[in-house]
Design a protein around this ligand. Structure first.
Ligand code: NAD
Length: 489
């Protein structure tokens, strides 16, 4: 079978290489976290499919890179039109595939997919660096396309995270081989159809499906790959970094986090509680989630009571229902991983003050992988639960005394993806945001992300920044041409 019907949508389960469907030899099972059902047998790529896809991308590169940027932008806008036209299909399939909320896909995630394409297509056209002189010589800076770009992505927001890289890569004139996540591969296939219908030339965009070790590893090790974009976990980034180093291939890594939510005594407590409860969104499977709640002594008890009251009301259920707040974890292996973290935290002496176990009722009723929103108290910085990324609906609650202590606790992590600060004091906001180590700091807000802003992680949360011009600094070979004042006929 080369196509499956998922949530009423026909999805091709084969790779997309050089503008055509390729089955390859084996398949892997794709399981829906909503009910544990196998929803597709998906083509399982390896070195042969990777070689074919990289060769197709390499062959397509000169013509695509040589096309005027405005023409490339027009094609990308047509792809974005196609995404918008099939928004409901994409939303339905993604929800079935990774278990995230249907309403988020409809209202936030899939519109953002289209925006990822439109924004970078337009941004490239506006890129310029003024010429400047050196002893009468004219320096002229250009952003030249780099070549074949490998894009390896995770499952928690698969199409949005992929197109955040695909948009600028294609706009720059690069060609792409994407390796979607094996736990949620299906919207990448729909996206391939959309690119084809929009007139993207064959070979400019390719998809090789498969497992990380089988399809991802040969892709990032390929000598003809000129850029590697990876979004995922730190351990995988180490392996990819080793492969990239052998070919001296530049990497852009967006990795995990253990971000703090710093609540000061001058904070608006309603806002602080809202922001804290928001960290359970997508069942905590959000890299940016502020999972370490650090609350100042004098308001700790009141915050704790109000937060627990609200957190207990989070409605867990079928991700397709409008009234559901959070759905399941992505699959059995991840569910067991999260449960392992919780069990070890309890064994280490952490106190469960909410949840602390799977949602047995829902799992029995549906066959899915639901985990109750969980909060730990009585933790310290030496415990695994405050140091390692869980990537589930699991938060920790700690108190601090002075501002300096709060900042020190916020920075007491290997990660540095984001930090959220809640305070009513503007000066404190400025001071603390300058002192926390994070790629993104939100003050009295969360998840406000402009595509023109730099995005990336400090510490072990990543390498590099993307967004706006920063994206093109990565996807392009930035060139300076120096023209002598003399020598013209
Ligand atoms: P993961 O590292 O296990 O896998 C990510 C991707 O890498 C998958 O497509 C996988 O198949 C592939 N892969 C695995 N081994 C590989 C190898 N040896 N070579 C090449 N590719 C390989 O991560 P995950 O569990 O899918 O995703 C969760 C992680 O992603 C979390 O750590 C989360 O914080 C992070 N994440 C970060 C951001 C960000 O923007 N910083 C966004 C979303 C998720």
């Amino acid at each position: 079978m080369t196509t499956v019907n998922v949530a009423g949508v026909e999805v091709d389960t084969r790779h997309w290489i050089g503008g055509r469907r390729v089955a390859g030899s084996g398949t892997f099972e794709d399981v829906s976290p909503l009910d544990g059902q196998v929803i597709a047998q998906v083509s399982r790529g390896g070195p042969a499919e990777v070689d074919a896809a990289v060769a197709a991308a390499k062959a397509a590169f000169p013509a695509w890179a040589g096309m005027p940027a405005a023409e490339r932008a027009a094609v990308l806008h047509r792809v974005a039109d196609g995404v918008e036209a099939r928004l409901e299909d994409l939303a339905q399939v993604e929800t079935r595939d990774n278990g995230s909320l249907l309403r988020s896909h409809r209202r936030g995630v899939m519109p953002r997919v289209a925006m990822n394409l439109r924004f970078f297509a337009d941004h490239l056209l506006a890129l310029e660096h003024p010429d400047f002189e050196t002893r009468g010589h004219r320096n002229h800076v250009t952003w030249d396309p780099a070549g074949v770009t490998a894009i390896v992505t995770p499952w928690n927001a698969p199409l949005m995270l992929a197109t955040w890289r695909i948009g600028p890569a294609l706009a720059a004139g690069n060609t792409v081989v994407a390796k979607p996540p094996e736990w949620a591969p299906l919207t990448a296939s729909l996206f391939a159809d959309i690119t084809h219908e929009a007139g993207l030339p064959p070979g400019v965009f390719n998809v090789v499906q498969g497992l990380g070790t089988e399809a991802g590893a040969p892709l990032v090790a390929h000598r003809d790959v000129r850029r590697i974009c990876f979004t995922g976990s730190v351990p995988t980034s180490v392996r990819i970094g080793e492969a990239a180093a052998r070919n001296v291939t530049p990497v852009s890594f967006e990795l995990g986090g253990k971000s703090p939510l710093l609540v000061f005594e001058d904070a608006d407590l309603d806002l602080a509680v809202d922001l804290a409860v928001e960290q359970f969104d997508n069942s905590g499977q959000v890299c940016l989630a502020a999972v370490r709640m650090l609350v100042q002594d004098s308001i700790y008890d009141e915050f704790r009571a109000r937060f627990l009251d609200r957190a207990a009301q989070v409605r867990q259920g079928d991700s397709r229902e409008e009234s559901t707040d959070i759905g399941p974890l992505v699959g059995r292996a991840h569910f067991e991983r999260v449960d392992g973290f919780v069990k070890r935290a309890i064994a280490e002496g952490a106190r469960v003050i909410l949840g602390g176990e799977p949602n047995h009722d829902l799992n029995t009723a549906t066959g899915g992988f639901y985990y109750r929103p969980t909060v730990f108290e009585g933790v310290d910085h030496t415990m695994e639960i405050t140091c390692q990324e869980v990537f589930g609906p699991v938060l920790t609650l700690q108190r601090f005394g002075t501002e300096a202590e709060g900042v020190a606790m916020a920075n007491d992590t290997d990660y540095g993806l984001a930090a959220t600060i809640v305070t009513g004091d503007r000066e404190r906001a400025e001071r603390v945001s300058s002192q926390v180590r994070a790629g993104t700091v939100w003050v009295n807000c969360f998840f406000v992300r402009d595509l023109s802003a730099p995005f990336g992680g400090s510490g072990r949360s990543g390498i590099g920044r993307e967004g706006g011009t920063w994206s093109f600094d990565f996807y392009c070979d930035v060139k300076n041409s120096v023209f002598a004042p003399k020598g013209w006929n």
